[in-house]
Structure formats: C-alpha cells, structure tokens
Ligand binder design. Structure first.
Ligand code: FAD
Ligand code: NAD
Length: 476
C-alpha cells in the first residue's frame, strides 16, 4: 500500500490549494479526485473551475460585452449595427477557459509533485483511503495510507422537492444553466441569491425575460437595508423582475413549457416559462465518503464538524471548504487549505477570521462587501458612523459611462476603527481587496482617508467615502 504524509480527497480550490501547499512544505502528497468533465475526462478544479466561479464569470463577461456594445456603444460613438449572439461560440469560449484552467491545475500538480489519484475516495479506519479508480482501470480499487487526511469534497446544488431538476430538460440547476443550447424566451429562477442574480443577469442580457422568485421579503438580507433597496431598483431597471416573498408550491412540465405555482402575500399565483433554474443554496457533499462509520461527526445540516483549525472529530482528519459550511466561497476554501497544510507541516497559523472574507456578486453593477454592515456592527454593540460616496461623482466612472452605485464605509465612533465596507458599482470586485487589507491591518477610516489614491480611478470612491465618514468628502 502506497504511504503518503497527506492524502487530500477533493481537488476544488480548497483541496488542490491544500495539496500544493503541503507539497511545497516537503510533505509527500496525493489528491483523490473523481470529477469528469463534459467530455467524460477526469479533471481537477472542482465546482469552482468546472461548473462554478469560472464558467459563470466567462458567461458574465461575454454577456456584458454584448450588452455594452448594444446598449452603450453609440454613447461612445461606436456604431455597431446588427450585433448578434452566437451562443454556441460563446459556450465554446467558456469551455476553453475552463479546460485551460483545469489543465493548469494538473500542470501545477506535476510541478509540485502532487500525485493525482483519479477516482472516488472513501475514508477507512486508521487514516486509510480507498480509491475506486476511473478511466482505464474503472471500478478497480486501491488503498493508500496517510499520516493526515484532508476532506475537501465541496458541495452540490440544494434540491427543492417542488421543482425536481433534470439538467437535460426544462428544470435545471446552476450546472444546467451554464450550458443552455438556446437563449430561453422566458426564464424563471427560484432563489434570488448569488447564483440567481448572476445567472439571471447572463440570460437577461442575452435576451431572456427573467423572473426571480425569492421566498424572503428582502433581497440579499446580508446587506444593509438601504443597499439591498438600491439594488432592487437597479435590477428592475435592467428588466430583472424579482418577486419577493414568493414561495413555490409546485411545478409542472408539459410540452417544453414549465408552469410554476407560487404563493405571494397569501395569494396563489402561477407563471409559465420555457426554462426554470433552481438556485436555492448548496449542501455539503459527503455522500459515499464513509465518514460516520469512521467517527467523523457531522452537524445537524450535514456539514462536517470542525474546530477553528479545521480539525474534525477524528484525530489526523481535517475538513475544509464548502463541506464544513460557512461562506461557500472559493477563496475561503483556499485560505483554509493553506492554513491546514501549514499546521500539518508543524507551522503556526492563526484561525481564519471569517469576518474578513470578502464577498463579490458579479452582476453589473458589481456588488462587493467585507467586514460588518452597519446593522451587523450595531447588533454586536458597536456605535457606528458611516460615509457614502456615489460613483456618479467619480471621474473614472463617468469616463467609463458606468456610474450606478456607491461606496459605503462604516467605522466605530469611539476608535474610528474601520468595521466594514459595502460597495455597488463598476469593478468593485477589485476595489474590495484594499478594504480587506485595511481590515487585516486594523486600519481606521482616517487611514483610508489619508492614503493617496491614483486619479482617475474607481478606488477614489473608497477614499471619498472614507472622507465622508467625518463629513470631509471633496467631490460630493
Ligand atoms: P468544490 O469546488 O466543490 O470541490 C470539491 C471536489 O471534490 C470536486 O471536484 C468533487 O468532484 C470532489 N469530490 C467530492 N467527493 C469526492 C470523493 N468522494 N472522491 C473524490 N473526489 C471527490 N465562489 C467564489 O468565491 N466566487 C465565485 O464567483 C463563485 N461563483 C460560483 C458560481 C456557481 C454557479 C457556483 C455553483 C458556485 C460558485 N462559487 C463561487 C462557489 C465556489 O465554487 C465554491 O465555494 C468552491 O468551489 C468550494 O470549493 P471546495 O474546494 O470546498 O469544493
Ligand atoms: P444563496 O444562499 O446565495 O441563495 C439562495 C436563495 O434562495 C436565498 O435568497 C433563499 O432565500 C432562496 N430560497 C431558498 N429556498 C427557496 C424557495 N423554496 N423558494 C424561493 N426562494 C428560496 O444560494 P445560491 O444562490 O444557490 O448559491 C449557493 C452558494 O454558492 C452561495 O451562497 C455562494 O456561497 C456560492 N456562490 C458564490 C458566488 C460568488 O461568490 N460570486 C457566485 C455563485 C455562488
């Protein structure tokens, strides 16, 4: 039986990063991965690279370019007549981006000497891992012995019994919605969360009439009320219809049409569409892993229970990424991956501070936040003051012709410590990195206000919002 210092199960952004970091630290490392890509070939990268972050952003970028040319080209003096979409070509581009990046991870494994075991992993007692192989040796089983096992098996789309998914037909999950063969004329999405808004934006831009059915009474409740209110208006102006407080009670598929029955404010309503996307959250992927038999405890929601250093209830077995819950984000999984690798290699590492994990929703305008909202800060007993700056007063946003949105900076009254930032606007996905750095260094809003920001850049809006905390914004 092969012996390794570390065996990682799952090669998403949590598992593959952990494996590479372990190898960099001199640990003999194998990574078990069972993903098969659209051509039935084994692939690394997990949900993120294959059916998550990367393909969704490829389609968001393509559809954004189409929208810019159609709706805003003329403003820039660019007359682009008859701009049309070749959806097949757009999908090919997306698939190529995915292929290039997943092959890149395989290259990194070779470079760092991580052994890729192509197959399905199952935990056995005493830190042995059974691998049911794929490919030429399909069905054969091998066992490997590890000093340490890292479980990074990710998550899968959550199901809704009222809307069973069949990705080849009309009712799909996020994976199906990244591979439509035609632009649906009418599209409904159950869940106006992160996936609903991103994929709703893609298909809306490409020409679908999109309706989102959201059970909660408020859009994106993790944001301040005022921010989610402003977003509702912006999405409405783009033609994205969001029905709040709408609970789906049943769906029926007939002759390539889907009827969706839902309850809203005590009334029974229905709508008919060509396609329906179910995007109601994701759940831990622990099927067939043999966890409980070995003594790895799960919580009431099926996530693997871990301590602040991602140690499971079984000594020598760690778990990280989506499978342990918390923010289901690639960069959170990767951060846990490096932490666990360093702990295994005997280095010190402080626990991940989940208050400093940035969030981005890649709609247009983009939405990004880090730290606490004003409401969350007050709930935790902070007295807050805040400053806000609109992108309509930003020279760079004006030059781009994209100035919807604003930056809001929240600080603590007594200490001026920066508590959090929420931003809606062009490219705020890039601007949020400065905020996370400031939070890491426990900066004050005054530190942000005294920092020189290049002109003309979108980051000046952050600078101005920091000045606005003490009523000193210069351009608004
Ligand atoms: P995963 O990426 O899910 O990887 C787990 C891997 O484990 C998979 O490859 C799976 O095949 C493998 N595996 C599972 N069980 C076994 C087994 N028994 N044996 C062998 N292998 C196994 N996050 C962001 O930060 N930014 C985004 O823009 C973003 N966009 C997203 C868009 C969509 C449509 C979706 C669905 C998700 C998106 N996410 C995004 C979330 C992100 O993809 C996840 O948070 C991230 O992939 C979690 O990483 P992970 O390593 O924990 O698990
Ligand atoms: P989500 O939790 O973001 O949103 C699900 C939404 O569905 C919620 O608003 C919820 O209230 C609603 N909902 C649940 N049950 C419902 C029902 N029966 N009827 C109507 N609405 C219902 O989950 P998601 O959008 O599926 O995405 C899953 C996770 O993937 C996200 O939480 C995020 O962590 C990750 N993700 C991240 C990004 C990014 O970082 N840009 C992009 C996509 C996905």
């Amino acid at each position: 039986m092969e012996k390794y210092d570390v065996v990682v199960i799952g090669a998403g952004p949590g598992g593959y990063v952990a494996a590479i970091r372990c190898a960099q630290l001199g640990l003999s490392t194998a990574c078990v991965e069972s993903w098969l890509n659209v051509r039935g070939r084994p692939a690394l990268g997990g949900t993120c690279l294959n059916v998550g972050c990367i393909p969704s952003k490829a389609l968001l970028d393509s559809s954004h370019l189409y929208m810019e040319l159609r709706r805003h080209g003329a403003e820039h003096g660019i007359q682009a007549q008859d701009v049309t979409v070749d959806l097949g070509r757009m999908m090919e581009r997306k698939n190529k981006v995915v292929d290039d990046l997943t092959r890149g991870v395989a290259g990194l494994f070779r470079k760092h000497g991580v052994q890729w075991l192509r197959g399905h992993g199952r935990l056995l007692p005493e830190r042995r891992v059974e691998v049911t192989l794929l490919g030429e040796q399909a069905g054969e089983q091998i066992q490997v012995q590890a000093e340490h096992v890292i479980i990074a098996t990710g998550s899968v789309p959550g199901a809704l019994p009222e809307a069973p998914v069949n990705n080849d037909l009309q009712v799909v999950d996020s994976t199906g919605a990244l591979a439509f063969d035609a632009v649906p004329e009418n599209l409904a999405i159950i869940g106006a969360g992160v996936i609903g808004l991103e994929l709703g934006s893609v298909w809306n831009r490409l020409g679908s009439k999109v309706v989102l059915l959201e059970a909660l009474p408020r859009l994106l409740p993790m944001l301040d009320d005022a921010v989610s209110g402003a977003l509702s208006k912006l999405f409405k102006n783009q033609g994205l219809e969001v029905l709040l407080g709408a609970r789906v009670s049943a769906t029926r598929t007939k002759k390539r049409r889907v009827t969706v029955n839902y309850e809203q404010q005590g009334e029974s309503k229905s709508l008919e569409v060509d396609r329906l996307i179910v995007a109601v959250g994701r759940r831990a992927n622990t099927a067939g892993l043999g966890l409980q038999e070995c003594g790895v405890n799960l919580d009431a929601h099926g996530y693997i229970k871990v301590d602040r250093h991602c140690r499971s209830s079984l000594p020598g077995v760690y778990a990280l990424g989506d499978v342990i819950g918390g923010p289901m984000l690639a960069h959170k999984a990767s951060k846990e991956g490096t932490m666990v690798a360093e702990l295994i290699a005997g280095k010190r590492h402080s626990p991940v501070n989940y208050d400093r994990v940035p969030w981005v929703i890649y709609t247009w305008p983009e939405i990004a936040w880090a730290g606490l909202t004003e409401e969350q800060a007050e709930e935790r007993g902070h007295r807050c003051r805040s400053g806000r700056f609109p992108f309509r007063a930003s020279g760079r946003a004006r030059a781009m012709g994209s100035w919807d949105g604003f930056v809001k900076v929240v600080g603590e009254v007594e200490t001026d410590r920066l508590l959090g930032v929420q931003a809606v606007g062009p490219n705020v996905s890039e601007l949020i990195a400065e905020v996370v750095l400031a939070l890491e260094f426990e900066a004050s809003t005054e530190d942000l206000a005294r920092t020189i920001h290049a002109h003309p850049t979108l980051s000046e809006a952050l600078h101005e919002a920091a000045l606005a905390v003490s009523g000193r914004a210069l351009h608004a």
